[in-house]
Design a protein around this ligand. Structure first.
Ligand code: THU
Length: 134
């Protein structure tokens, strides 16, 4: 797990900038893309609650804006006693840019607690229009 130290650092640093005045639940995410670059994101809430965005979502946007589109691994970190796990919508967002080797690393503030595949998180997903059905 130590080798993912850098990814946890990026996610934790982004989490420090999370804008979560409504839930007070701050989340950080960091993606290692197939170009070996790291893209971080945090949750950004809004007074109009549905306008808020998740940490995974903003990390994915940063990756796409930089021209990468394959997630080698994504680390998500949050505080509290219950381990963070991506929401349903973010599982769908992650699978769009994943393959069967993509690792989803779930971390608390200090360390990675769980590593899962996207198929474990989102089994029997919608694939109708994908040409690389895995
Ligand atoms: N949140 C994330 O950023 N990622 C998740 O996977 C779960 C939830 C955020 C959204 C909201 O700002 C806060 O956590 C509480 O739900």
């Amino acid at each position: 797990m130590k080798k993912y130290h850098q990814l946890l650092n990026f996610a934790s640093n982004a989490r420090k900038n999370a804008y979560a005045p409504y839930s007070h639940y701050t989340v950080g995410a960091a993606i290692e893309a197939d170009n070996n670059k790291i893209y971080a994101g945090c949750n950004v809430e809004n007074i109009s609650y549905p306008c808020g965005t998740c940490a995974e979502e903003s990390a994915i946007s940063a990756m796409i804006a930089d021209g990468a589109c394959k997630i080698k691994r994504i680390l998500i970190t949050a505080g509290g006693d219950i381990l963070i796990s991506p929401c349903g919508a973010c599982r769908q967002r992650i699978i769009e840019f994943s393959d069967e080797n993509t690792e989803i690393l779930l971390a608390d503030e200090d360390e990675i607690k769980k590593i899962l595949s996207i198929n474990e998180l989102l089994p029997f997903s919608f694939k109708e229009f994908r040409d690389d059905k895995y």
